[in-house]
Design a protein around this ligand. Structure first.
Ligand code: BV8
Length: 257
């Protein structure tokens, strides 16, 4: 992977130094260095023969609640064992840096693993819910303290329904509060960072264009090309766990004062 020209990194750092309104859209790539498989990686072992886009649907749960519950419980355990990586930690640092300069960082994450919270970030919108939480199919009551692993698949809820993962499946609407928070963040956005996402799942994949229509600088951090690459103003080609700390160091670099 070619090193990013320092000038590209400096260009973004200079824009961020000004204490701006920044939105970071994060995807599974940000958690890849925490050993959580991305969607487009072949899922390891037992799940290699399953297609996440087929399993992550209401129809799949309806048809086979045991298999879907087991898949999510397997992933929940991996997420609970994972640790935030330097990319998550750099975003938490960036949030504090911007705030001291009167700016703001909104993290809009497609990830359900809770690692941004554990890295210390505060202003986070979970666009697609949380794999650490389950929701009753009858009452919508939520539970984030169910035993790990679950004692049975699927897990019955006290109301006589079942517990389903409290995530947004393909074909399901995003939570209203999450969408409202995303639109509010995009409203004032001056720099939009698309980090570790294949930029193919909507409505999140449309946020970069929303930000651009408001004059924001569009920056992509990804080791590979995506459908957003050709529309990005700056492409920082690399791993988020490497590029994001470099970006924050560049902002802190006194020589840039
Ligand atoms: C909805 C939670 C109303 C569950 C997920 C408009 C146009 C076309 C289609 C649609 C549309 N509107 C709605 C749709 C349908 C659908 C959709 O977009 N389909 C796609 C496939 C075309 N959207 C929906 O259904 C959404 N609902 O809009 O409701 C509606 C409904 C139907 C029809 C119309 C309207 C709900 C979508 C949410 C689904 N839930 N997750 C769970 O986790 O199990 S999606 C899941 O996959 C993620 O949350 C994420 O959103 C998505 C993509 O994953 P990524 O995070 O991008 O990860 P991926 O593996 O794909 O890529 C990783 C990237 O990281 C790669 O680029 C790689 O290069 C990079 N990378 C790897 N390592 C690193 C790295 N980058 C940096 N550093 C590294 N170290």
């Amino acid at each position: 992977m070619a090193e990013n020209p320092a000038s590209e990194l400096i260009r973004v750092a200079e824009r961020l130094r000004g204490g701006r309104r920044v939105v970071a859209l994060t995807g599974a790539g940000v958690s890849a260095e925490s050993k959580i498989p991305t969607f487009r990686d072949a899922m390891s072992g037992l799940w290699a023969s399953f297609d996440p886009q087929r399993l992550a649907t209401p129809e799949a749960f309806e048809a086979d609640p045991a298999t879907v519950s087991k898949w999510y419980d397997f992933r929940r355990e991996k997420c609970a064992q994972a640790l935030p990586n330097p990319g998550h930690l750099a975003l938490a640092r960036l949030e504090g840096l911007l705030e001291t300069r009167g700016g703001r960082l909104d993290i809009l994450t497609q990830n359900v693993d809770g690692l941004h919270q554990r890295a210390g970030s505060k202003r986070i919108t979970e666009l697609h819910g949380s794999i650490m939480r389950w929701r009753c199919t009858r009452t919508n009551a939520r539970a984030d303290d169910l035993p790990m692993p679950l004692p049975s698949y699927p897990m019955p809820s006290p109301s006589g329904g079942w517990y389903r993962p409290d995530v947004v499946w393909f074909g399901e609407m995003l939570p209203e509060a999450a969408l409202a928070a995303a639109w509010e963040a995009l409203e004032g956005c001056e720099v939009f960072l698309s980090i570790g996402t294949s930029a193919v799942v909507y409505p999140a994949a449309g946020f970069a264009d929303e930000a651009r229509s408001r004059g924001a600088l569009i920056v992509e951090v990804n080791p590979e090309q995506t459908p957003l690459t050709s529309r990005a103003d700056v492409v920082l080609r690399g791993l988020s766990g490497v590029v994001l700390p470099q970006l924050v160091d560049a902002i802190m670099d006194a020589r840039m004062a």
